[in-house]
Structures are given as C-alpha cells and as structure tokens.
Design a binder for this molecule. Structure first.
Ligand code: NDP
Length: 275
C-alpha cells in the first residue's frame, strides 16, 4: 500500500488525514495517510526517514516547514518557485522529489466553483505572506485585468510583485490604497492575511470593501470570519471563506500523487460541522 503523510508542528489540528482518507474512499484508491509531528530542527531527518520506505510516495508539508521543504526537493514547480515554499512533495519514478504548492489551484478552483469570473477582473490581494505568494501565479493564469497586492509591511508586497514580474501586478500600502478609493475599485478582494484568526481587521477602508462584488477570506471558522461579517454589513453580496480552498488544495495534491482528481462533494458539509 502506498503511504502519504502531512508534516507540521503543531499537527494535531490538521484536517488533511480526514480529507485524504475521504478522497481515497471516493476514488477507490488503497493508501494510508498519517499526520507526523516533526521537531523544528529535525524536519529534514523526519522527511528522509519517511521516504526511506519505498512505499512512501508523497507528502504534504504545513507550517512551519514549507520553506525548508522547498530547499530539500530536487525540483520546484513554477508556482513553488514564486512562492519559495512547498506544500506537496511528489516522489518520481526515477527517485527524484518534486515540490509544488497547491494553494493557488485550491483557491482558484473554489472561486470558480462559486461562480466568480476572474477573466478581466480587478483583484485586490491583502497580505504578502506564504499564502499570498502561493496563489499569485494561479490567479494570473486566469486572466485578471489587474492584481494589486497590499501588505502592512509594504516591502514584502513590493518583493512579491517583483517576483511575479507581470505588468498586471502592482504593490501598495494600506495608506496609499485608502487615499484614493475612486481609483481603487475591485471586483474581488482576497484576504490572505491572518487577521481573522485574531479577530482583527486589515486596515482597508470601508469604501473600498463596499465596492467589491465578492470578498474572499482564506481563513475559515465555525462562523463567518470578522472580515466577511464586515463585508456583509457593508452590503457585499458574495462572501466566501477558505474551507473550499483547503479542500481544493488537498484535491490538487491528491491528483499530483494519484493522477485522479477527487470531487470531495460531501466533504465541505462534513468539515464545516466539525469546525
Ligand atoms: P504568514 O504568516 O506567512 O503571513 C501573514 C500575513 O498576514 C502577512 O502578510 C502579514 O503582514 C499579514 N498580517 C498579520 N497581521 C496583520 C495585521 N494586523 N494587519 C494587516 N496584516 C496582517 O501566513 P500565511 O500567508 O501562510 O497564511 C495567512 C492566512 O491564510 C492564515 O490565517 C492561514 O490560516 C490562511 N491560509 C488558508 C489556507 C486555506 O487553504 N484556506 C491555505 C493557506 C493559508 P506583514 O507581512 O506585514 O506581517
């Protein structure tokens, strides 16, 4: 039987084992998937131990090991190159290891499933951390007209825009963004900051939020996040949290390993009940 796992620290909260076991059932695949707690300084040893078993065909990597994983693999996908981080490792038949990041596919799949049209759209991406870096390449592949990256530490937004190296991408600060709401109207606002986890709001002005057609928060909780609640109060019709993205990124990992893409139809409801 082929083995898969997710490495992280902490790891007990990870939904990946439930998700991948459900995918295996849905697609009639025989595999095992476990959660492995790695000590911060021993991550690569833990990876090598895992892959010393020839039945170990791939793994997921979560916080805080995504950057280390990018350095460990033999080759990076284009998306992982932009992200400088890896959430999926695939063992090739020739023994080499490819690192990929599937967050972007997960996000775009979820947006499209919710009927959000990215073609010719104006997108505002709040945040320039690991999650933002992982989704820029996939967003650009879906032909938006513009992608503005806004971050509290503006130098990180600038760096991400430079790495993206695409004339549609611009970086900005909250001050700059808020100072000109007339010229900063967006079809889609994606919150990739961790603010909702701590019950905070990013410093974006209400007038910019209220013009958006759709507001997406990568964080998911057992109730709408504070950012989505704010958007709703301001009259935004379409608000979506990141639970679908979580399932979408896992489905893409599964596809990279097994060559079959699960739908995960009932998973969204099952996972939401457990939040
Ligand atoms: P990072 O720690 O790499 O980045 C955090 C980002 O949040 C940075 O841009 C940081 O800005 C910003 N930030 C934090 N606090 C504030 C604040 N008070 N005001 C404004 N900006 C703030 O985290 P990740 O990018 O890896 O993850 C971000 C979020 O996305 C997490 O909450 C995570 O749960 C979620 N996520 C969801 C996924 C899903 O599948 N649904 C997948 C991946 C992530 P600065 O640079 O200035 O510090």
């Amino acid at each position: 039987m082929d083995h898969y796992a997710v490495f992280g620290n902490p790891i007990a909260q990870s939904k990946s084992p439930i998700i991948h076991q459900a995918f295996a059932k849905e697609t009639n695949q025989q595999l095992s998937y476990s959660a492995i707690l790695a000590a911060e300084q021993d991550f690569t040893d833990a990876l090598e131990h895992f892959f010393s078993d020839p039945h170990a065909k791939g793994c997921n990597v979560t916080m805080p090991f995504k950057q280390q994983a990018a350095k460990w693999v033999d080759e990076l996908s284009p998306a992982a190159l932009i992200a400088g981080a890896v959430n999926t490792i695939i063992r090739q038949a020739d023994g080499r290891f490819i690192g990929d990041t599937t967050d972007g596919v997960g996000l775009v799949t979820d947006l499209l499933a919710h009927g959000v049209d990215l073609n010719n759209s104006h997108i505002l991406l709040l945040g320039a951390g690991g999650a933002a870096r992982s989704v820029v390449g996939d967003l650009l592949q879906h032909h938006p007209k513009s992608l503005v990256i806004c971050n509290r530490s503006v130098d990180k937004a600038d760096t991400l825009a430079q790495i993206a190296n695409d004339r549609r991408v611009k970086s900005t600060s909250y001050e700059q963004l808020n100072s000109d709401p007339q010229n900063n109207k967006f079809d889609l606002i994606i919150n990739s900051t961790s603010t909702s986890l701590s019950g905070q709001l990013p410093a974006i002005s209400e007038s910019i939020i209220q013009h958006a057609h759709c507001v997406y928060d990568m964080v998911y909780q057992n109730e709408p996040t504070i950012f989505l609640q704010k958007a709703k109060q301001l009259g935004v019709q379409h608000t979506i949290d990141g639970l679908g993205m979580l399932i979408g990124q896992a489905a893409q990992s599964f596809y990279l390993w097994r060559g079959v893409k699960p739908k995960g139809v009932d998973l969204l409801t099952a996972l939401r009940v457990e939040l």
